[in-house]
Design a protein. Structure first.
Lengths: 308, 309, 339
């Protein structure tokens, strides 16, 4: 060393290196769902979406307690009045309290959406699970069915279905589920296909577990992520379709109320009483928006590969 | 590529046939007869009408007749609107719907492309976040809500544009605008995701390492590759536009096919529903087929090997 | 005396991440002479790729920042060059080929287009001349029937062929410097040798200087004139090929050599892996970064970073073992074969 530094000889004794530094790679391991929750929580949109969903659900259930009217009593003497006293959202053309009607409608719309999503899951998971798990010829046949189902426009199917059924909560939900399960089945099938060849499933099989047990205990829990995401996107789409169907006269019909019915009713008087359109429209949009935000957030949280 | 096209074409024909058949049988399994106010019609007249529409033949015979007529472009006569040909309504209404719809698609695609590209290039910055918000809003707010608001604020309040009827070009602006929000949202969302993906690819580094200038790198290498998969949204997009048009034409009182269709649904006009359903199905399936074909054409990996990976 | 064509002086490059600043390159010095090949070796994450991409100014900013240092290419400091100046240099003066030929070529453009792009931009050729030149380049890199291959897409090429095409793209404008970032890592072993031979042959023909980034010492032995060993964002040793292979001074270099199978050692000689992992560059140690993994580490190693010292005029090493007060340590036989 040219640099004549005063270095103590002690410095040149073998050092006891702490091994701490070396193990930088073995960080504290975090559980999968804990990790998901962490990612979810740090996503502003997702948290906002979830809060809005909770808020609208609470309002749909408890909102009607806020005043003493109900959603169907007509009070013609106060018809078409904008927000006054405890008619927070005003009254419609028959003098019915809009606050009551909006939350009642939201409840109906949400019920239809949850029912449709539930049916999607039941049919989609069964179909996709069987198709993916058994593979081979079963899968071949089921795949062809799926392909044809996929290429039939759901608009057409839903309209046709509702021409047969009398419109109501259950028929509307069923009509939407008839095509709605297809994406779910595709997701589940792909995931099951991927998972079933992995070691822990092989191990279970070697140990003599039954098909049903493997499917329920080993595969489905691991397919939960994609299913949850698919459900979160199925709900807003169902809400939209409900409103759409009500609008073209195929969904819920007056005097029954849903957000779609309210919007349809109000659009007749749009030029004179725009507030009647604004309240249900805003609630509808917020519900769809919040589920979309939640879905985006869940997708990013559950599938880090998809993250930006 | 030829094999790919033929295979797709085969699928398309089978699907279409399936839909038509299902539609036919569903419509004929509906309880009762398609006549309105059935009870009030004298039995003789009723018989006569059923005869006239060929509804007394056995179902299979009706089916064969229907398919035969369909192949000749005859969709039957409307049951409510003076017995006019269903095909005439389509010829009359579709151009209006198509004009409003295409205008929405073109405008929405251009804006969406621009927004998505800018957002993708500026990932994580303010523009990007703004674009994401616009996209989520556009996807979430249904076109009929958008239509209502536009109609009220721009049409009624500001009096800038007509809120209904089909009188001049101006009549088409608000409906197209209402439909285009969804398009903007979908396109920008997709293009942004693809753009972000493509910008991370190694070949972007290669392109830069060649000394190409920024605009060449972005346009020739990034945008081109980002747009190829984005073509696939055009299919669902067309479906959304058709769905939206059913409602938008009600709101703006446009004499388009969607309005006729909704009317026929509300009046239980059997042949109209059948005819328009068949037409819409064919339209949607053909659009999806064309999009598929287009995708194959612009992606050399499919064009040459004839299959997706 | 050979003339320097490229000189990197005290280069520092950092990446800003949400966890903090990752100091990927922390003071790197080396130079490249005209017509020679130098190899930069080291483990993944040691900063060798970052260094090479910084020379081309291909580090995305943000998050990457050149904190300090100079990159002198023919008298200009590339760290201060404008984007316009860099565009003129990239591809025509300095070119680069990347690790994975599967992903480094644009899948939707023909090979021909991708070669011609650079020619049209830098040499202002018209399409026809550029096409002829591109065919010539493909022939030069050993692609059979180049006229028809020119209009094909990358997915119609095999891995080795794609890397040849990449080399054709890089050399099309006869650059003075070629940076090859792990050009053989993603290829089959048999193809690796072909690509290295091709690079050697082309270098003889064109006189291009090459910076080869690799962790494969076999490739280094085959082609390099000089070797720069990097560890944790710093140069720990550099010298002529023979100096590094036969008189290595740094324990890390010993480790690298010891973990490589060699024909000149007895077959019973076991390979010696380097234990542990490189330090976290978010918070690099203040002393020698290798200390934690070094069998000969002394107290001073953990406290102060050794400076780069000359062993000979061509051989430098940064290690406290070179200090006169340090105990004498012999390199393991697996590294130097008992010499």
């Amino acid at each position: 060393m040219e640099k004549a530094k005063n270095l103590s000889p002690d410095l040149f004794k073998p050092a006891q290196i702490e091994k701490k530094e070396q193990d930088a790679l073995s960080r504290k391991s975090v559980g999968y769902w804990q990790d998901v929750w962490g990612r979810f929580r740090s996503n502003l949109g997702a948290v906002l979406g979830l809060s809005l969903i909770v808020l609208t659900l609470l309002l749909a259930i408890f909102g009607p307690l806020a005043n003493n009217y109900d959603w169907q009593t007509q009070m013609l003497d106060v018809a078409n009045k904008e927000s006054f006293s405890d008619h927070y959202f005003g009254t419609d053309h028959l003098g019915r309290d809009m606050w009551q009607r909006v939350w009642y409608g939201a409840k109906i719309s949400l019920t239809i959406a949850f029912l449709a999503a539930f049916l999607d899951v039941v049919i989609g998971v069964t179909f996709g699970g069987i198709s993916g798990y058994f593979g081979g010829r079963v899968d071949m046949v089921m795949q062809r069915i799926l392909e044809v189902m996929y290429s039939i426009p759901n608009l057409i199917v839903i309209i046709l279905m509702l021409l047969i059924f009398d419109p109501g909560i259950v028929p509307v939900a069923i009509a939407m589920a008839i095509t709605g399960w297809v994406p779910m089945a595709r997701v589940v099938r792909a995931q099951v296909m991927k998972l079933k060849s992995q070691e822990y499933v092989l191990a279970a099989r070697t140990l003599g577990a039954s098909h049903a047990r493997i499917l329920l205990k080993h595969l489905i829990p691991n397919v939960m992520g994609p299913i949850i995401i698919a459900v979160t996107f199925a709900i807003p789409s169902a809400i939209f379709f409900e409103a759409f169907l009500a609008f073209i006269g195929l969904g819920i019909r007056p005097p029954e109320a849903s957000l779609g019915v309210l919007i349809n009713d109000a659009s007749t008087y749009l030029q004179i009483f725009p507030y009647q359109l604004i309240y249900p429209s805003v609630v509808l949009s917020i519900i769809i928006l919040s589920f979309n935000l939640l879905g985006d957030g869940l997708r990013d949280a559950l599938d880090p590969r998809m993250r930006k | 590529m030829l094999r790919y096209t033929l295979k797709r074409l085969g699928y398309m024909v089978v699907t279409l046939w399936l839909i038509i058949t299902i539609t036919f049988f569903i419509m004929h399994l509906l309880p009762g007869t398609p006549l309105k106010n059935e009870e009030k019609i004298p039995p003789q007249v009723r018989e006569q009408i059923l005869e006239q529409y060929g509804l007394k033949d056995p179902l299979p015979v009706q089916y064969v007749k229907f398919m035969g007529n369909l192949l000749q472009g005859d969709l039957g006569k409307s049951m409510t609107l003076d017995g006019r040909n269903v095909a005439d309504f389509i010829v009359e209404g579709f151009p209006v719907s198509a004009f409003v719809g295409s205008q929405a698609v073109i405008f929405g695609t251009l804006i969406g492309l621009l927004l998505g590209t800018i957002a993708g290039l500026n990932r994580g910055k303010l523009v990007d976040n703004a674009a994401i918000i616009v996209a989520v809003l556009g996807v979430s707010v249904p076109s009929f809500v958008m239509g209502g608001f536009l109609s009220y604020f721009v049409g009624v309040k500001l009096q800038w544009l007509p809120t209904g009827l089909w009188e001049s070009y101006e009549s088409s602006i608000l409906p197209s605008l209402a439909l285009s929000f969804g398009v903007i949202a979908q396109i920008s969302r997709y293009v942004r995701t693809e753009m972000v993906e493509v910008l991370d690819q190694d070949y972007m580094k290669t392109a830069k390492a060649k000394g190409l200038n920024r605009s060449t790198v972005i346009i020739r290498h990034a945008l081109r590759n980002a747009l190829i998969p984005a073509v696939t949204v055009l299919g669902p997009l067309a479906v959304n536009i058709i769905t939206g048009s059913l409602v938008i034409e009600q709101i703006f009182a446009l004499p388009g096919l969607g309005k006729f269709f909704v009317q026929s649904i509300q009046q239980n006009d059997y042949t109209m529903i059948m005819g328009v359903t068949v037409f819409y199905s064919a339209l949607i399936i053909i659009v999806i087929f064309l999009v598929d074909l287009l995708y194959g054409l612009i992606d050399p990996r499919i064009r040459i090997s004839g299959a997706k990976e | 005396m050979m003339s320097k064509i490229l000189e990197v002086k005290d280069l520092h490059v950092s990446f800003k991440t949400y966890k903090g600043e990752v100091k990927a390159v922390r003071g790197v010095d080396f130079h490249l002479n005209k017509g020679e090949t130098i190899a930069i070796v080291g483990e993944s994450g040691c900063g060798k790729s970052v260094t090479s991409q910084t020379i081309m100014r291909l580090i995305p900013n943000p998050p990457g920042v050149i904190k300090q240092g100079e990159i002198i290419f023919e008298g200009t400091d590339l760290t201060k060059a404008s984007e316009k100046q860099m565009e003129k240099i990239r591809g025509s003066e300095i070119s680069m080929i990347f690790q994975d030929p599967m992903t480094s070529l644009n899948p939707t453009l023909t090979i021909g287009t991708q070669i011609m792009e650079g020619l049209i931009k830098h040499q202002k050729l018209d399409k026809k001349t550029a096409r002829e030149k591109a065919i010539e380049m493909l022939r030069l890199v050993g692609i059979p029937s180049p006229e028809s291959r020119l209009d094909q897409y990358p997915h119609q090429f095999s891995g080795g062929m794609r890397q040849r095409a990449m080399i054709a793209i890089a050399l099309a404008c006869q650059p003075k410097v070629l940076i090859a970032d792990e050009p053989t890592t993603a290829l089959d072993v048999t193809i690796q040798a072909q690509i290295i031979d091709l690079m050697k042959a082309l270098q003889e023909k064109t006189g291009t200087s090459i910076i080869l980034i690799t962790h494969d010492l076999g490739v280094v032995a085959d082609i390099a004139d000089r070797v720069v060993v990097m560890y944790a964002g710093k140069v720990v040793e550099s010298g002529k090929l023979e100096e590094i292979f036969y008189q290595p001074k740094h324990p890390y270099t010993w480790g690298l050599l010891g973990s490589m199978p060699r024909l000149d050692l007895s077959r019973d000689q076991e390979l010696l892996p380097i234990m542990g992992t490189p330090p976290n560059l978010l918070d690099p140690p203040q002393g020698c970064p290798f200390a934690a993994r070094c069998q000969h580490a002394m107290s001073i190693c953990t406290q102060e970073m050794p400076e780069l010292d000359e062993v000979s005029s061509t051989h430098q090493v940064a290690c406290w073992l070179q200090h006169p007060m340090a105990p004498e340590v012999k390199p393991p036989t697996a590294a130097v074969g008992g010499k």
